[in-house]
Design a protein around this ligand. Structure first.
Ligand SMILES: Nc1ncnc2c1ncn2[C@@H]1O[C@H](COP(=O)(O)OP(=O)(O)OP(=O)(O)O)[C@@H](O)[C@H]1O
Length: 231
């Protein structure tokens, strides 16, 4: 599905990612973990074309994305839920959801197919996005990304600032959508237990490099934690 090879990324003159190799196989959930500031968000932004990536390759189902602008990458089938969710507070939940359709050229899709995953989104359709709690906004942001039927979903810290009961609901929804539709998911997380519970494989990042790649089933939590400690 997604194949990243030898990727570097820059902010200005600073090289942030160094020779990243990472793959998301079809239908799998892959976690990318690491402490603050190691380059996880930059990896997702690189996939979306939002940062300078002068070297390497990013292929989606065999198609090179590196030279494509962000909107074309989204149209190739990538849904992106950024850190902080980017919900428009003055727009209603229904309007926020509809924005997700712009990605597929405004094609008519039926949002109701997502309501069994996120009942709260259906319940609050007429409410302003800004009136939702953090957890509800996160569910709306994921629903908005799913409405265009992506092949690959990029999730940036969906548990950040969210209460434990809602984290469980979000985890269940991610697992259900993966099982029901075979959607491939790249999940960036700092909450290691959540990541290991959901993921098939786990990559650990430190200082802009991948320092460990393990199957989540055999993942040694302590070993991963060692790599996540400040060095
Ligand atoms: N817009 C920017 N301009 C310059 N440097 C940046 C910018 N955004 C991030 N950085 C730097 O790039 C590095 C990687 O940041 P990144 O946000 O990718 O880390 P992260 O692992 O996602 O951390 P967090 O969990 O805090 O989001 C950090 O040193 C950060 O300070």
């Amino acid at each position: 599905m997604l194949e990243i090879k030898g990727l570097t990324a820059y902010y200005g003159e600073s090289e942030i990612l160094h020779d990243i190799n990472l793959s998301v196989p079809d239908g799998k959930i892959i976690a990318l973990v690491g402490r603050n500031g190691v380059g996880k968000t930059t990896t997702l932004k690189s996939i979306m074309g939002l940062v300078k990536t002068p070297a390497g390759s990013i292929e989606l189902s065999g198609e090179e994305l590196l030279k494509k602008p962000p909107y074309e990458r989204a149209r190739c089938g990538i849904g992106y839920v950024p850190q902080g969710r980017d919900i428009f507070p003055q727009m209603t939940v229904a309007e926020n959801l509809r924005l997700g359709l712009e990605v597929c050229g405004g094609k008519k899709q039926d949002p109701s197919e997502l309501f069994h995953l996120f009942p709260i989104v259906e319940k609050f359709l007429p409410r302003k996005g800004g009136d939702l709690s953090g957890g509800q906004q996160q569910q709306l942001a994921i629903a908005r990304a799913l409405i265009a039927h992506p092949k690959l979903l990029l999730l940036d810290e969906p548990t950040e600032g969210i209460q434990p009961s809602v984290i469980q609901e979000i985890g269940a929804a991610i697992r259900t959508i993966n099982k029901e539709t075979g959607l491939s998911i790249l999940l960036v997380e700092q909450y290691l237990d959540f990541a290991l519970e959901l993921a098939d494989e786990c990559y650990v990042m430190d200082k802009g490099q991948i320092v460990l790649h393990v199957a989540a089933g055999e993942a040694k939590k302590e070993e991963i934690q060692q790599h996540m400690l400040a060095s």
